[in-house]
Design a binder for this molecule. Structure first.
Ligand code: ZN
Ligand code: ZN
Length: 414
């Protein structure tokens, strides 16, 4: 028997229903804000991700799913969505078009990480990117979109963390100050963080080890070293969020895992997942397009972990399916069943009949197992009178209806 590859997971029915639901609601929400879907390839040249995430980023150091293809090229399965979108933006000169540069994507991402509970090598993200907008009003709107999306999905107990990590003017001098401070405590830091002291000290704040967390608490924070431009940008962002009535907490230690962020960074964390688990994260990346040899074009975006989002969905998303199960008795009724199935499906009514069980009782028990909302029974009497018994499985009510009445009844409730 061949089994699935370590770190991958089948998404089976009925769970897939939740996936379809979050994808549908995400699409609807993003389109409402004027975003368009973009689909970029799952694999790209390895340099794209090295360039995008910065060579010092953890994700590049350990987690890229890289291989040499038959042409001898180094290929990487995308570890995140942003670099591909930026590449497409530049390659197709989308910035010369008159349409807004607002994109969203939904799809699998890959990291060659140690598989552990809830972490997969193939995982899924729902993300969004805006280009060409420098104003903090767009930062606030991007946070507001996420807030709106989570509310539509019925996800509660979320805390929004925001921070500014400065720009290429104010960050380098701050990093020097941080490095000096971190160096003083180097021996007390974990081996990973010891390395970060020289490569990227800001990322010490991402460490989940208690000892490092406690030490980092007393390190200087970027928020106190912002230049005037960054300071003003951040203060306006807070004002706009207040205007939306969105609650947030400024977290000076929030640094985000990727090197390309500038100014605004944010995270949505769930009180249900525990302090370590962010449902999503995002931030501004004003220099990224330029890094990829594109024009000077600011950008901001976020990515939601679909697996985490699904784990937070409330119970009611598992309610009875809007499915009609047709149970029939005899050959004539079977023919009528086939014709009714076709008739109802044309009317957009989800319905099913199964053909292996001739016994009515078994068919009814199958309807129960499939969690069908309604059962339609077709026997000899029903055939003769052209009226069918429709049973509402939730309410236990039974009605006798002809074809047209049936459509009316089912669409009314749908
Ligand atoms: Zn700055
Ligand atoms: Zn550490």
């Amino acid at each position: 028997m061949i089994s699935s590859i370590k770190g991958t997971k089948d998404i089976l029915p009925p769970e897939v229903k939740k996936w379809q639901l979050i994808e549908k609601i995400a699409r609807e929400t993003f389109e409402l804000y004027g975003y368009k879907e973009i689909r970029t390839p799952i694999f790209e040249a390895t340099e794209l991700f090295e360039k995008g995430t910065g060579e010092t980023s953890e994700i590049v150091i350990k987690e890229m799913y890289t291989f040499i293809d038959k042409g001898g090229r180094s290929i990487t399965l995308r570890p995140e969505g942003t670099p591909g979108v930026v590449r497409a933006l530049i390659e197709h000169r989308l910035y010369l078009k008159s349409t807004p540069l607002r994109f969203y994507y939904i799809g699998p991402m890959f990291r060659y990480d140690k598989p552990q509970k809830g972490r997969y090598r193939q995982f899924h993200q729902i993300g969004l990117e805006v280009f060409g907008e420098e104003d903090p009003a767009i930062d606030a709107e991007v946070i507001e979109i996420v807030d709106f999306l989570l509310k539509r999905l019925g996800i509660s107990q979320i805390e929004i963390l925001i921070n500014s990590i400065g720009c290429k003017k104010c960050r380098p001098p701050y990093l020097e100050i941080l490095k000096v401070e971190a160096e003083k405590h180097k021996k007390e830091l974990c081996p990973d963080c010891q390395r970060k002291v020289y490569t990227n000290p800001l990322r010490i704040f991402d460490c989940k080890k208690e000892k490092c967390i406690n030490l980092a608490d007393n390190f200087p924070k970027i928020i106190d070293y912002l230049c005037n431009e960054c300071k003003e940008h951040f203060s306006k962002l807070k004002n706009y969020l207040n205007l939306y009535g969105i609650e947030y907490r400024v977290e000076p230690k929030l640094a985000r895992g990727l090197d390309y962020y500038t100014k605004t960074v944010f995270e949505f964390i769930s009180k249900k997942l525990g302090a370590q688990d962010a449902v999503l994260g995002g931030g501004r990346y004003d220099d990224l397009v330029k890094i990829f040899d594109g024009p000077s074009l600011p950008g901001i975006g976020f990515a939601i972990g679909a697996e985490r989002l699904i784990s937070l969905l409330p119970e009611e998303f598992e309610e009875k399916e809007d499915l009609l199960y047709i149970a029939y008795l005899g050959d004539e009724a079977k023919k009528e069943t086939l014709s009714i199935l076709r008739f109802l499906r044309k009317k957009n009514i989800k319905c099913i009949a199964e053909f292996k069980d001739k016994n009515l009782k078994n068919q009814l028990s199958r309807a129960n197992k499939l969690n069908a909302k309604w059962v339609l029974i077709i026997g000899e009497d029903e055939l003769r009178e052209k009226k069918y018994k429709l049973k509402d499985m939730e309410k236990g009510i039974q009605k006798e209806l002809n074809k047209e009445e049936l459509v009316e009844e089912l669409t009314k409730k749908l």
